[in-house]
Design a protein around this ligand. Sequence first.
Ligand code: HEC
Length: 401
Amino acid sequence: MIVLFLACQGDKDPDIETATYHQDIAPIMASNCISCHREGGSGPFSLESYENVKALSGMIEDSVVNRRMPPFHANNSGECQDFSESPWLSDDEVSKISYWAQNDTPEGEYKEISLPSFEEEPFDTTHSVTFAPYEASFATSSDDYRCFIVDPQVEQESYLTGFEVLPSNRAIAHHMILYAPLGEQALQQAYALDAADPGIGYSCYGGPGVDNRMIAPWAPGSDQWFYPTDTGVRMATGQMLILQMHYSNASEETLDSTTVNLNIQETIGTELSTDFYVNSDIEIPPNKNEHVETLKRSVRSFSGLDVPLLVHAIGPHLHKLGISSSAKIIRGNNEECMIDVPHYDFNWQRVYTFEEPIVLQPEDKLEIECVFDSSDIANTTYWGDGTNDEMCLMTVFASPL
Ligand code: HEC
């Protein structure tokens, strides 16, 4: 035992053991955390000073070791594709934070570090949607999911190329998703849900509750989101949208009115499709801490298209029992990891953009896996939109080749 202990000690990287705040920790915070964790940022506290980082070091260590923070949950270590704008701490950085937090958080000698600019370019707004101030309600839960039917006033068939999300109350706005209802019937169903729910908008948990395409996902970090260059998502003439807000109870001030600015163009190079690759046949028995659901099918049967696809971005969607999710591409005898989200978090609904888009042939197979923890649940859980239901799907942004 003693020999083993000494051997482990000897293996420690001297770089890790000498880590100080100014030399090692502050630069990691600057590149990965303070885009949100700064005065006026979307994070609940600032990580800009030694005093703050020291005071929160235990929590910070736990959040990075368990990879909850930074809140980009697709494995971006290089083992499974490369995702753009998705920071991923290296194992070395995690070890440094961990060792430093557990060993007296030394300050070290002051060193100037240059901070990236967090100012965004002005957004080129052509259309805009918003809703009247809504009072988020946390009476029965610490989360409120609210859907608002909005009219971007699209006068002719055109394409959404990017958007900018401006919540009036950033302290409670946790995420926003824009959905396009699929057809007139779905829109009428959404109006009925709205009419049946008092107040502005209607309560909606896992999605808008009607057939839809997900067209625009947003989570705090950056206000603007653009589809790949020269692509866009089709908007029909008169296209109505459903704007879903997820509010979380982090402030006394519970009123919000979010504005979403849109850039809509009449012509683009390639139309992007946004499809759900779904495993709706799920049945999660109660009291299981790791229940796995998988679905393996051809790309053709997911996309409904008989042409190769260029996949730009992908994001898993499970509900609160979801603990991890992944997708594999099977080409003949070869398997390739497409996305791996080892710690899924329903509170951070993200779509991850590939550094290099992936080509899928119609005959390639995709295997989607979703893992659920039902250890606190007394009944079998099935597919559905509600708080007691689950989902297992991948939102896929692709263009036909
Ligand atoms: C994209 C914005 C964003 C970035 C980048 C980010 N955070 Fe956070 N962080 C948040 C928000 C918002 C919360 C509020 C609670 C939540 O959603 O988990 C939070 C919560 C936390 C918490 C408390 C909750 C928990 O999970 O322990 C810690 C600790 C934390 N962040 C540390 C960090 C560290 C360390 C980094 C960088 C390595 C980082 N964060 C990067 C937005 C961010």
